[in-house]
Design a protein around this ligand. Structure first.
Ligand SMILES: C[S@@+](CC[C@H](N)C(=O)[O-])C[C@H]1O[C@@H](n2cnc3c(N)ncnc32)[C@H](O)[C@@H]1O
Length: 374
């Protein structure tokens, strides 16, 4: 069947909603990932790379869109190890008559080891970890590594052992486990980069529709890597009172017990620095405004919320869970944010949860403000 994304017409497999991969041909195409692809295209436009490598190309949707919608000056590489996928990519190259797309039918780690690229997109089934070594090795200049991770269970604390194996980190199912997951993923990528004296600085990262996505910019050098590594550490969470403590450092000294007397549970090592860069996000907001895409509203809302969240401390509070612990009814998010700000605290919505807020308040202060509604 044919579909249109952005300005590009694509041949895609017939979609069977309840199947995985969601097509009978075995070639993967998920129409619900259109927003991810639209944002990728905006990001390529905003960063003007010379060599774009689509490591998990499937139908070639991203690669062909880059070639068709961004510029024909970019050398685009569409890689997939499946022969069936290659047929789709070839057809899509023909439909859009884009000459600047080279198609590679190999394990993507082979071309990554042999070549250098300044924009690499990883979009595997599950974890991106098996592809980190080769892609970070290949990334040059101030290049962008764009990563999708769909293995949310190990990242968010549901499959602890898999999290330890893949990410070398202890994850934790806290009320803000999606943020723990994202920070665990970033921590892994940053540590992998540091092995090669490359600082991979998060420009935009988020959770959406059961996957994580991160855009990280390469800055070469031991000094930049050291600086980024200083942002690795541990989150201590108290399941008794909801208190959380942020401790930076690879082997930090940790308190055993919370002030309420209950033992902390710890998550880490994970990244405790900024999840995004304001300048980068603003650039994407401007770019998206110009793009003719169906997901404009959804992506703009995501980016605006992400922009507000930059500069807030790690973790967020789920209002419903906080209220449940206090056996009180939940105030409206808007009213709670207003009251916190009136009291001199910083507070904003978070993209992670519709009932979540980010604030610089302690749990005790937050509890007082919540109680004041009753
Ligand atoms: C989730 S799909 C990619 C979806 C695509 N990026 C899109 O936006 O529609 C993953 C693809 O990666 C391919 N793949 C998985 N491991 C690979 C590897 N090591 N080298 C090359 N291709 C691989 C699979 O054949 C599959 O087509």
């Amino acid at each position: 069947m044919r579909t249109k994304e952005g300005e590009t017409e694509l041949k895609v497999p017939e979609i069977e909603e309840d199947k995985f991969p969601p097509s009978s041909s075995g070639v993967f195409f998920n129409p619900r990932m259109e927003s991810n692809r639209d944002l990728t295209i905006a990001c390529v436009k905003a960063n003007s790379p010379q060599k774009f490598f689509d490591a998990h190309s499937a139908t070639g949707a991203k690669a062909i869109r880059v070639a068709n919608e961004v510029s024909n000056d970019i050398s685009v590489f569409a890689c997939d190890w499946s022969k069936d996928a290659i047929e789709f990519i070839e057809k899509n190259r023909e439909i859009n008559q884009v000459g600047n797309v080279k198609i590679i039918n190999q394990d993507n780690r082979i071309p990554l080891h042999k070549n250098k690229f300044d924009f690499i997109d990883l979009d595997p089934f599950g974890s991106p970890v098996p592809f980190l070594d080769a892609s970070i090795e290949s990334l040059i200049g101030e290049g962008i590594l764009a990563i999708t991770a769909t293995d949310t269970a190990p990242l968010c604390g549901s499959h602890i052992k898999a999290g330890l194996r893949r990410y070398g980190a202890r994850t934790l199912r806290t009320p803000y486990h999606k943020e723990v997951g994202l920070r665990t993923l970033l921590g892994k990528v940053i540590r992998k980069g540091a092995e090669k004296d490359k600082a991979l600085i998060p420009q935009l990262s988020y959770y959406q529709n059961h996957y994580f996505r991160a855009y990280m910019k390469n800055k070469k050098g031991a000094e930049a890597s050291d600086k980024l590594i200083e942002q690795i550490g541990v989150i201590q969470h108290c399941f008794g009172c909801g208190n959380r403590v942020i401790v930076k450092g690879y082997l930090p000294n940790l308190d055993e017990k919370c002030r309420c007397g209950k033992k902390y549970k710890n998550a880490g090592p994970l990244f405790l620095g900024e999840l995004g860069d304001k300048g980068f996000i603003k650039q994407l907001i401007e770019q998206l405004e110009k793009d003719e895409i169906k997901t404009k509203e959804e992506n703009q809302e995501l980016l605006q919320t992400r922009l507000q969240e930059v500069d807030f401390p790690p973790t967020f509070y789920d209002i419903h869970k906080a209220c449940k612990r206090l056996s009180t009814s939940a105030p409206k998010t808007k009213s709670l944010l207003k009251k916190l700000r009136e009291k001199g605290f910083r507070a904003t919505k978070t993209h992670f949860e519709p009932t979540g807020i980010k604030t610089d308040t302690s749990i005790n202060e937050l509890n007082k403000v919540i109680r004041s509604f009753n």
